[in-house]
Design a protein around this ligand. Structure first.
Ligand SMILES: [Zn+2]
Length: 127
């Protein structure tokens, strides 16, 4: 079979939008100066921002970026290998949390952005 267009992955407009947004918003890590992309864990104000490696890693990555009209880049963490493989097959790129690759991760002073926001309320005791 000789078809003129044989793309390795189907065109995925959602993935294309996310890649474009990532390219525009990419910045340097304060510590290692590596290229990272910030994304929100959920499309809402108090979502936890998560730094991801700008360079995709379809093999080891578990973070899927998508672009939300209002909130910008959103990250979905894919928990299973099946979900990751399916996303790559659909033309999505996967990325890793930058803390996993940052050589200066131990210097991060702010509490690390976790994949799951922890609801820890520190209330003053009335006693
Ligand atoms: Zn870094």
């Amino acid at each position: 079979m000789t078809t003129p267009h044989t793309p390795s992955a189907p065109v995925n407009r959602s993935a294309e939008r996310a890649e474009r947004a990532a390219q525009i918003t990419k910045q340097r890590c304060n510590y290692c100066k590596g290229l990272i992309v910030w994304a929100k864990t959920e499309p809402k104000h108090d979502a936890v921002p998560m730094p991801l490696d700008y360079e995709p890693d379809d093999e080891h990555g578990n973070a899927l970026l998508w672009h939300h009209d209002t909130w910008g880049l959103i990250v979905s963490v894919l928990g299973t290998k099946g979900a990751r493989q399916a996303s790559v097959a659909e033309g999505h790129r996967l990325r890793l949390h930058h803390r996993l690759s940052c050589p200066d991760a131990e210097k991060w002073t702010t509490r690390p952005a976790t994949t799951r926001p922890k609801k820890t309320y520190t209330r003053r005791s009335r006693a």
